[in-house]
Design a protein. Structure first.
Lengths: 451, 540
């Protein structure tokens, strides 16, 4: 495997930045000035010394060929991940052969790289016999799982009681009741180790303040929560896949059980959502051969970027394993066979009508699903009063954009890219509307990120 | 997505609305139809609502499309080279306010390089990548000085986009006629129509554009409606004659000297005095010459000034303002205006055949020197007379050039503007070599970018001296910033010796050496970046 021709673009590097401040700081370091002894190896490692404010330069190493996405190491004290030095180094490397020549890794870089490779081999060796050493006594594990299930059952029963009380008294009263009652219920669900239920309850609390039409939305969410509670209590009678969906939705830990699918995975989009407790990163992949779309999830503690970061617009040859339940959308990234490489491939698209139907079909496997990933073929962004929609270039139909989209800079990038002409758009299509995440111009050109 | 379930699937029309009403009021007060009241009613309601919610979501269909937009006009310019497009993304990512301020460190200030990048891209005629237009418009929105170059680069699609977002309305104002193109000068019928029917801003833009292409045609267009224009409009239109001013404009300007508005008269007089061959210039010369003579009675010849005793009606008609500003004497005020408007070419004959250098060197009796020299400076700037400007500037290495002399720094900067770029750079280089950087900022601003080699060397040497003198670099942050943007990138190699942290001497400010090294690193990094930027865009 060789580095020739696979240097990334500045956009792709900047997409790895955990936040806007890091993006800016990294851009500034993407020039030769502060760097010395920078180099890269054919195995996909980039290193360099960056002059910082101290006397000793920071040692920065990035392993872009790592099996679990790019890995970073920097001697700076930053808690950002990747730090600005790693971003700056990658930008420098993306700039071309001149600034970061192919070279032999210095000792300090070599130590870290060989250490990583060794640990990775040990890990895969340890994984192969089946159960890892951490599994411990299977009987004890089973007893723990049973105790947890009992707690969740108690929590779900209590939640059902609260929902019943709520509906008996009427939703009109909750507008005055405020946030407190939901917070308390959510805390009870955390106690019951049902984090999925707790998150849904917290979202319920925000609905009465969410503007006109809130009673409809509140009833919908209460009903779906009831459905989930009932699903848990009656999970023994559900088909396997649906039961797995319920377990995952309630908040039980799940691990991927699907067979590893080796493919060229095109990274379609990567974006973060954060609440006060957790930063969630979503990465959408499209399998070029399998024509599958997979979702990678990665979490970080509040205010910290999740570790997994993939360059949008590149393909990586890798194995991906699906999680059970939820229409098997979620997956985990397994072994990676080559560093991410640029590609001209675009996912095939569908019409707006087909996209709406696809969401409806997906609800069969997972009635709690908010949206499905869809690529729209030949659509034009069109203003519709105060909002926007994606109109089918060849039909008289259109998908409205989700209200949140209207305040994002991505909307204007999409409108500018289109210029009133049809473009291809990837995004999430759900009951709130369509959220565009990436778009391709009509003429050949790389994907434009919208998130 | 619109909440329109497929009608065929709806079991009971309005069933969902019934459920919402019952849920709002509570099952104690209202039981949904088809369900029994009592303890099980809430559960039954939730069951029904769950089924209905999933059914409604599964049945969603696309909406009807709204009216399509008119597509953006074609941009025929070639696309940016890939490397240049990446660079633009990085320059635009460095937006102010995205990170905390504080010390500048060694990293280049990318936003400050955007103007140069835009100028270079425009010179080569590249089209902006469409997806960068929002960031470009946002950048131009925050910085008015960036707007012309940004909008040129952003092209027709940016105007199309600006019509859709109120935040970018400034782009439509900046483009005359809301983005509609001005008629071509050959299209006389449309020019005529826009001139007679257009809004004021459109007419100003039209006149300016026409004047640049066809000076006489623009003047004739203006003359055709001149008597009917309002006074403040006349002033603005007259101002546009500055472009391409020539002797052919004299008859029109002479007539404007009789204008009803005093401001119009003054502007006409100023324009005429910039034409050394004009009748007004000759009248002013005759007046000025009677005020100035050489006195040979003393040991050395000296200039004697006899300021005018009155400001008569003819002087007023020629644009002399009779009333001085507060704190100035009437006679010196009138005198200054006469000398300023007199052609400089008339002075050697009047003052004994001396060259401008010799005239400037003559002593001036009775404290008239500053008044006389300042008026000559204004005349040299107005008449763009490089010979006189050179004489008035004097030698850059003269001791009085650095201090408060007869000619202020602001006047020097203006005088420099009349010299060619090479001479200008050489003069400023000499000035810096003698007087250092503390007074040089304004003068450096007059020099062409990138700086000529002697000037660049002088600045770097002066910075080096300032460092060795032990001061902190932020005393020179203005010049440093200019150097980052204006120094020729090929000079970067010469700076390598300055990047190390020098040993701290006893009289140096604590830690200054480290800050200087940092400042020089930023300078070198920025120069390298500018070299890369230019290379990525290719030859112009």
């Amino acid at each position: 495997m060789t580095q020739q021709g696979v240097r990334w673009s500045a956009d792709q590097v900047l997409a790895l930045a955990p936040d806007a401040a890091s993006r800016k700081a990294g851009s500034k370091l993407g020039a030769a000035g502060p760097w010395s002894e920078a180099g890269s190896s054919d195995e996909g490692t980039v290193w360099g010394l960056c002059k910082g404010s101290g006397s000793k330069p920071y040692q920065t190493i990035v392993d872009i060929a790592d099996v679990s996405g790019p890995a970073y190491k920097c001697s700076c004290p930053s808690r950002k991940f990747p730090c600005k030095h790693a971003l700056g180094l990658l930008l420098l490397w993306a700039g071309g052969e001149g600034a970061v020549p192919t070279a032999q890794a210095p000792d300090w870089a070599e130590q870290w790289i060989s250490g990583r490779r060794r640990r990775a081999e040990e890990k895969s060796a340890a994984d192969s016999p089946g159960s890892g050493p951490g599994a411990g006594d299977p009987d004890a594990a089973r007893r723990r799982a049973e105790r947890r299930a009992e707690r969740i059952t108690a929590g779900a029963t209590e939640l059902e009681q609260r929902l019943t009380d709520l509906l008996r008294g009427g939703l009109a009263g909750v507008e005055q009741a405020g946030y407190g009652m939901w917070e308390e219920t959510a805390a009870r669900m955390v106690d019951a180790q049902a984090s999925g239920l707790a998150a849904r309850v917290r979202e319920l609390g925000a609905i009465p303040a969410s503007g006109p039409g809130w009673p409809v939305r509140l009833l919908e969410e209460c009903a779906l929560l009831h459905l989930l509670g009932q699903g848990w209590l009656g999970r023994d009678r559900l088909p396997d896949d649906l039961a797995a969906t319920v377990r995952a939705r309630v908040g039980l830990p799940v691990s991927p059980d699907g067979p590893p699918v080796r493919d060229n995975w095109l990274v379609l989009a990567q974006y973060d959502t954060a609440d006060t407790r957790l930063t969630t990163r979503r990465i959408w992949l499209h399998g070029v051969e399998s024509n599958r779309t997979a979702l990678l999830l990665s979490y970080g503690a509040a205010g910290r970027a999740p570790e997994l970061a993939l360059p949008v617009g590149l393909t990586l040859e890798a194995e991906v394993s699906a999680y059970p339940g939820g229409g098997r959308q979620r997956a985990s990234l397994g072994k990676q066979f080559a560093p991410p490489a640029p590609t001209a491939i675009r996912p095939p698209g569908v019409s707006t009508t087909r996209a709406a139907a696809r969401y409806g079909e997906a609800l069969r496997d997972d009635p709690w699903l908010e949206s499905v990933p869809v690529t729209l073929e030949r659509v034009v962004p069109v203003p519709d009063g105060d909002s926007w929609q994606l109109a089918d270039a060849d039909e008289d139909t259109a998908l409205p954009l989700t209200p949140a989209t209207h305040h994002r800079p991505g909307l204007w990038r999409l409108v500018a890219l289109s210029g009133g002409e049809p473009v291809k758009v990837f995004g999430e299509c759900g009951h709130r509307g369509f959220t565009p995440l990436a778009a391709w111009p009509a003429d050949p050109g790389p994907a434009v990120q919208l998130c | 997505m619109p909440q329109t379930p497929a009608p065929a699937q709806a079991p009971v029309p309005g069933a969902w609305e019934e459920l919402v009403t019952s849920a709002l009021l509570g099952t104690e007060r209202r039981t949904p139809p088809g369900h029994a009241p009592g303890r099980a009613a809430p559960t039954a309601l939730l069951d029904a609502a769950a089924v209905e919610t999933v059914r409604r979501r599964a049945g969603l269909r696309p909406a009807r499309s709204a009216e399509r937009l008119e597509p953006a006009p074609e941009d025929p310019r070639p696309p940016l080279p890939a490397a240049a497009a990446r660079r633009l993304t990085m320059l635009l990512a460095d937006r102010p306010g995205t990170a905390g301020g504080g010390r500048r460190g060694t990293a280049p200030d990318l936003m400050e390089l955007l103007p140069q990048w835009l100028a270079a891209a425009n010179a080569r005629g590249f089209a902006a990548p469409p997806q960068t237009l929002p960031a470009l418009l946002d950048a131009a929105r925050g910085r008015t000085d960036l707007r012309p170059a940004t909008l040129t680069f952003a092209g027709p699609r940016a105007l199309w986009l600006a019509r859709l977002n109120p935040d970018w309305r400034f782009a439509l104002r900046a483009a005359p006629g809301g983005g509609a193109a001005l008629p071509r000068p050959e299209d006389t019928a449309r020019v005529r129509q826009l001139w007679e029917e257009g809004l004021f801003a459109e007419r100003v833009a039209l006149l300016a554009a026409l004047r640049a292409r066809d000076a006489a045609g623009a003047r004739e267009l203006l003359a055709s409606t001149w008597p009917t224009e309002r006074a403040e409009d006349r002033l603005m239109f007259l101002d546009s004659l500055r472009t391409g001013l020539g002797p052919q404009d004299e008859p029109f300007l002479e007539r404007a000297l009789a204008d009803r508005s005093r401001n119009v008269r003054a502007t006409a007089a100023e324009l005429l005095s910039a034409l050394p061959g004009s009748a007004l210039a000759a009248r002013m010369a005759a007046r000025a010459l009677t005020c100035v003579s050489v006195d040979r009675t003393g040991a050395a010849p000296a200039i004697v000034v006899e300021a005018p005793h009155e400001c008569d009606a003819d002087m007023e008609r020629d644009g002399v303002v009779p009333k001085p500003p507060a704190g100035r004497g009437e006679r010196s005020w009138w005198f200054g205006q006469l000398v300023e408007a007199a052609p400089l070419g008339t002075w050697p004959a009047r003052l004994g055949g001396r060259t401008p250098e010799e005239i400037v060197a003559l002593p001036v009796a009775d404290d008239w020197q500053s008044e006389l020299h300042a008026a000559w400076c204004r005349a040299a700037v107005r008449q763009r007379d490089a010979g006189w400007a050179r004489a008035l500037l004097g030698s850059p290495t003269a001791p009085e050039a650095g201090g408060p002399g007869a000619v202020s720094l602001a006047e020097r900067a203006k005088l420099l503007g009349t010299l060619n770029a090479g001479e200008r750079a050489e003069w400023v280089a000499g000035f810096i070599a003698t007087h250092g950087l503390s007074e040089a900022f304004q003068l450096l601003g007059m020099c062409a970018v990138p700086w000529a080699a002697p000037l660049g060397r002088a600045v770097v040497d002066a910075l080096n001296i300032a460092r060795d003198a032990g001061s902190y670099p932020w005393s020179f942050s203005g010049v440093m910033g200019l150097a980052e943007r204006c120094l020729d990138p090929s000079e970067a190699g010469r700076l390598d010796g300055l990047l190390a942290i020098p040993d701290e001497t006893e009289d140096a400010s604590p830690g200054a050496g480290g800050y200087w090294a940092e400042a020089f690193q930023r300078l070198v990094t920025t120069l390298r970046l500018r070299a890369a930027m230019t290379e990525e865009l290719g030859a112009p």
